[in-house]
Design a protein around this ligand. Structure first.
Ligand code: F6R
Length: 242
């Protein structure tokens, strides 16, 4: 695991966007696993700038998002579909066919999970999976539990997660109770994982995830078993590491 700590958000964003750019430059057909939330926004902004300078193309890439809220239409400003259009996919040369996000409005959610898994199976392996980290150690929306699920599934969000995400909604009640998430099996199958964490409020969970015991109660601790993980931290998130 290669852990890099940055003094400024700007440097961290440049490093993250640089890794994604390098991936697409060396493998234009790269399959990218993408995340939402506040953490990757600066990286996506930087990547859009690099794209506008003509230094990177997405024309042959494929993207798979980690998760989507259940019950939010694509046009809802807090849906992850909307987020991805707003921050990255709406600004670069991709067609809708290249970009995959679970459909949280599917009438049959089980079938939707199976559909997503078969697309992931056809793609074989994600080349680079970008991850943020939840305060409770979740990756995607794989919440702490006695056991974790390998493939795409519907998850009931923990109160802590709903509270953390309430900042994006008008009222806390509006935060959806469920989401569809890629499973940890799919995440761990990625060739390379890029975990990005910012802020003092995540310093404890960063320590637990990267240096604590490997346990499904801290889903991100499973990343310790992966052969190719790069972690980008701001100095606050990294402040409790040994
Ligand atoms: C988002 C996702 C989540 C977030 C995590 C951190 O697609 O899968 O695991 O990465 O909740 O969220 P932020 O970045 O908002 O602190």
């Amino acid at each position: 695991m290669n852990i890099l700590t940055f003094r400024s958000n700007e440097e961290l964003n440049k490093a993250g966007a640089g890794i994604l750019t390098g991936m697409l430059q060396t493998n234009p057909r790269a399959i990218l696993g993408l995340a939402t939330g506040s953490t990757p926004i600066g990286i996506y902004e930087e990547l859009v700038q690099i794209y506008r300078q003509g230094l990177v193309s997405f024309s042959k890439a494929t993207t798979f998002n980690l998760d989507e809220y259940v019950g939010l239409d694509r046009s809802h400003p807090e849906s992850y579909y909307y987020f991805m259009q707003k921050h990255l996919l709406g600004h670069v040369n991709v067609t809708p066919e290249q970009c995959h996000i679970p459909n949280g409005m599917a009438t049959n959610l089980e079938e939707e999970c199976q559909r997503y898994d078969s697309l992931l199976e056809q793609a074989k392996q994600i080349d680079l999976q970008l991850l943020g980290l939840g305060h409770n150690g979740h990756i995607g929306f794989n919440e702490p539990d006695h056991s974790l699920i390998r493939g795409t599934h519907v998850v009931k969000l923990r109160e802590q997660t709903r509270e953390a995400n309430a900042r994006f909604f008008n009222t806390p009640e509006e935060v959806p109770s469920h989401a569809i998430t890629m499973g940890v099996g799919t995440i761990l199958k990625a060739k390379m994982i890029l975990l990005v964490v910012r802020g003092i409020d995540k310093a404890d969970i960063v320590k637990q995830a990267l240096q604590g015991p490997i346990t499904t109660e801290v889903p991100a601790s499973l990343l310790q078993t992966h052969p190719h993980v790069v972690v980008l931290l701001d100095s606050e998130a990294g402040s409790k590491l040994a």
